[in-house]
Design a protein around this ligand. Sequence first.
Ligand code: SF4
Length: 241
Amino acid sequence: MKLFDSVITATQTQLGSFAPQVWDYEEQGAWPDAGASELVLQRDAAYELGGGGHPAVNFTCVTTNEDLVGQNQVVLYGSDLGRLKKDAPYARIALLQTTPLEGDDEAAYRAIRDMEYVKYHVFPKGYMFRISSGDFREQVRVSRSALRKGISFRSVGFDFIRQYLKNPNVLRVKLIFVTEPDAPYKMFQDSAKKANDITKTLTHILDGMATDCRSCNLKPICDEVEGMRELHFKQAKEDKK
Ligand code: SF4
C-alpha cells in the first residue's frame, strides 16, 4: 500500500526546515481519555487551536513502508500546549504503518476507513475537538483546568497512539502536531485534500464503479497517485470472477 506515500514525503519535505521535539510512545504517559465526547465551554477554555480564523488542518496517511513512519512517536513543531497563551494555528497529521493490506482489497479499504475513524473515538479530557470533514478542519478547544493539570501534546498524542494501536492492522504510528506560525498550512491543506481524494477514490472503487477512465471524474487522482489505476483494474477483475 503506497497510495499515500507521496503525501507523506511531501509533508516531511515541507517540515524539513523546522526543528521538532520528539517523544517515543509510552502508554502510561497518555492523557486520561473521557471515553465519550465532552463539552469544554467557551468560558472554561484557555484558547482554541485553529480558533480566531487560524488554520486547523488534519489528515491521516496509511503506508506499509516502515521507513516513512519509523517508531511510535509524537512529534511537535512549534509551541507546546502549556506555552501557548492564545488562539494559534494548528495541524495534526497521523502517519500509520500498517500490515500489508494487499490480498483481499475490500478488507484493506475497509481497514483504512476504520483507521481514519479512530479520530472520532479519542476524547482527551479537557481537549475538545470539532472535526469538519468537508474542509479537513480539526479545531480544538483546550480547557484551563487541563492546562493546570499539565496537558501537553506528548500526553494527548499518546492517547491517540493508544487508540490507533488497538486496530490490529496498525503496526506503528507517528503523530505530528504543528503550531509553528510559519509552517506551510496551505500546503497541509492541499495534502489533506489529496489524502481525502485517495480515500474517496478507494471507496468508489469498492462500490464497483465501471473502469471507464475516459468518462471518469476521478481521473486526475489516478493520473497523480501511483498505483491507484492498477488497483481499480485489479479490483474490477476480481469482481467479475
Ligand atoms: S482507474 Fe481511475 S480514472 Fe480509471 S475508471 Fe478507475 S477510478 Fe476512474
